[in-house]
Design a protein around this ligand. Sequence first.
Ligand SMILES: *Cc1c(COP(=O)(O)O)cnc(C)c1O
Length: 397
Amino acid sequence: MRVPLLDLHGQMAPLRDEILAAVTEVIDSTQYILGPKVEQFEKNIASYCGSNYGIGVASGTDALLAALMALGIGPGDAVLTTPYSFFATMGCILRLGARPVFADIDPVSYNIDPARMAEALAQDAQGDKRIKAIIPVHLYGQCADMGAILALARQYNLPVVEDAAQAIGAVYLMQTGGQTVWHRAGSMGEAGCFSFFPSKNLGGVGDGGLITCNDPALAERLRIIRVHGGAPKYHHGVVGGNFRIDPIQTVVLDIKLARLPEWHRARRRNAANYRRLFAQTGLLESGAVSLPEAVYEAEGLTVGAECDYHIYNQFVIRARDRDGLLRHLISHEVGAEIYYPIPLHRQGCLAGLGYEEVSFPEAERAALETLALPIFPELTDAMQCFVVEKIAEFYTR
Ligand SMILES: *Cc1c(COP(=O)(O)O)cnc(C)c1O
């Protein structure tokens, strides 16, 4: 049996006609840049996320870049972020001439650890006070600990840009004045950055991204930055870029958005299936494998139908002899992949910038021990059984 890490055919097939009709309508309209289809989509995403504004951009990377530009991040500044994420999180900081300052991750959630952030912020405050923003990443589809992160942001008066590229719709429980209130990823900081790369839970037929925010002035700045900083057209008070999303993408994404809650449910069901299947192998007791935890689920709050505490963009296990296991799975046509094999502070593009001396042990350990298994919504029970069987086989050879 072949089990791919991701197979989009099953998702596209039932939507194909509807999508082709919507794309055809865009093509026939000749409105190929921005316009009403993009605006409708921006409203729909903002409303789904619980944010006031949505600004569609060309990718998740452009979302991060534009958000940092709108906040005025530039040369000499530093941005506090996680050392364990997709490269774009750090790439955008570097492209603006700023430096990433890292705080290590929590070993259970793989998200930035507020205790380590507090240390980095205290150190910066005693030194040259270069940290001008914070980028938490909601890795694999689960929110970083935003309550603690926002408390630090308030203490140091710093804006928070949520990298929610992997976490559209993920729910976080905020304790406010003795009450528990739920929020979706991207709606809690100054800006939320989303990606519609095809492998994300909401993926386009190509690249796409979006920024959410609640402040009308920031939304306006982002809209201007998206079109080269021109406002009005040909009058450039600031330097922006061409960061626009195409209407061809937004009409596809709008159709898919309606199915997103159902796909989140299917991914959660698959995660529960893995838990059940792994429990029967003895691999968890022996410590050969440990499974990802939905850390907020334990708090037990069911908010209506909203229980997307983890949307499982990836289902990432820790595995003994991870590289051996990966080879074994690949040789049996099971798609598995390492997200991410090299922590950001060890990337070659930082060579000579002083990051050789720093160490983030949890990020480094995660890079050595973790492996993503197939979790896409259309994965079948038989496929999941096969994956777990092959993993069990590896440890009992
Ligand atoms: C996918 C991703 C991005 C970048 O999104 P693109 O649309 O591919 O540019 C940024 N951050 C994280 C955490 C991601 O997973």
